[in-house]
Design a protein around this ligand. Structure first.
Ligand SMILES: *Cc1c(COP(=O)(O)O)cnc(C)c1O
Length: 362
């Protein structure tokens, strides 16, 4: 039995109410009961995505939709904006799918520079861009609005934006900014268990997909659209999670979307104040720091592994000791999902109590 609270940047804590909603009995996925459930979710999803495009529910983790986007939409060549573990991996995934793809590479923790993107797209080589909005591995949030302004200059370039760890926590107006494919997963900013990906696809992107061969079946955007029109998914979906999704969407609108954004910003500042007080630094430039998690640079020679372990064992709280090649050089604290001033305050107090033991003496 898990007896600790999650403050890792995904999966995050799921509320008892969301778990409760998932105990609703399953029904046939071609039944009118399922269609009702799907059709209850849809307008709420469209409102939250700020789009009039359909929002598909995929039974997969986010990677399914990320791989699917590349398979559905790469015609000539994809430009993958890489600046951390997830965005690096997306390039690898595109290549593994046999697509032509290049990197627009920034260092881990740095943002994607809209001007550099502009000059790469001006070559005319690319017809698809992949971008991770919030690079969870580095706690860095890309300047999405500015990036989308650049993309507006290139009507033949389709954009796919991963908002797995930022969706619903900060404003991302899909249609207004001209995002073609906006995708997210269930277990991070939405605070549901893992297993669902959500993706909204523009008309332009469907037109592209129609011309692409080898889209496969499971993530075929046109297959999703055909079923969506009937209030269904292409294959049997993870129905309990969709009950959980409906509950979560309703609770987001009960809180108020703007209030949710404000709450995330405030909790994030609360963590940032702690980081500064202790003498730590953030990995990214402050201006590009994520609002949903903090990636702390280990400038104080903290024994990160020891600290993380003691926090879990003694204080029953789990934070992350750094991702991939920056393990130990950084650690990450999540404030996404259902956290409150009190729950973050508790986390910071508990960290305070054990921190000195893991800092170098003197
Ligand atoms: C976690 C994460 C993913 C991958 O999600 P899965 O659910 O493991 O497929 C992709 N992108 C970002 C930014 C993430 O944080």
């Amino acid at each position: 039995m898990i007896d600790y609270k999650l403050h890792i940047p995904g999966p995050v804590n799921v509320s008892p109410e969301a778990y409760q909603a998932m105990t609703s009995p399953v029904m046939g996925h071609r039944s009118s009961d399922f269609v009702d459930l799907y059709n209850q979710c849809q307008p709420l999803l469209q409102t939250l995505f700020q789009t009039s495009d359909p929002v598909f529910i995929s039974t997969s983790s986010a990677w399914g939709a990320m791989e699917g986007a590349v398979r559905n939409l790469t015609h000539s060549k994809t430009l993958c904006c890489t600046c951390g573990a997830f965005s690096d991996k997306w390039l690898d995934v595109a290549l593994r799918c046999g697509k032509n793809a290049d990197a627009l590479q920034a260092d881990w923790g740095s943002h994607i520079d809209p001007m550099i993107l502009d000059s790469r797209l001006a070559t005319g080589e690319y017809d698809l861009v992949t971008l991770v909005h919030n690079e969870t591995s580095c706690g860095m949030m890309n300047p999405l609005e500015e990036i989308m302004q650049v993309l507006k200059k290139y009507p033949n370039v389709i954009s796919v934006i991963d908002t797995v760890s930022s969706f619903s926590a900060v404003p991302i107006p899909k249609d207004e900014w001209g995002i073609d494919v906006l995708l997210t997963g269930s277990q991070k900013a939405l605070a549901l268990p893992p297993g669902l990906a959500l993706l909204s696809v523009s008309e332009r992107a469907f037109e592209r997909a129609e011309k692409i061969e080898g889209r496969g079946y499971y993530f075929d955007f046109l297959e999703f659209r055909k079923n969506h029109e009937k209030g269904m998914t292409p294959s049997t979906p993870v129905i309990p999670l969709i009950h959980g999704l409906l509950h979560t969407l309703q609770s987001i609108f009960e809180e108020g979307v703007e209030n949710r954004h404000t709450r995330h910003a405030e909790l994030n500042s609360q963590v940032h104040r702690w980081i500064e007080q202790k003498g730590f630094e953030l990995l990214p430039e402050k201006k590009f720091a994520s609002k949903t998690l903090s990636c702390v640079r280990n400038n104080l020679e903290l024994d990160v592994a020891g600290f993380v372990k003691a926090l879990r064992e003694e204080k029953k709280i789990s934070i992350d000791g750094g991702y991939g090649k920056i393990k130990g050089k950084t650690f990450r604290i999540s404030n996404m999902g259902n956290e409150t001033v009190d729950s973050i305050g508790h986390l910071l107090n508990q960290m305070d109590e054990i921190l000195p033991r893991f800092l170098p003496a003197g």
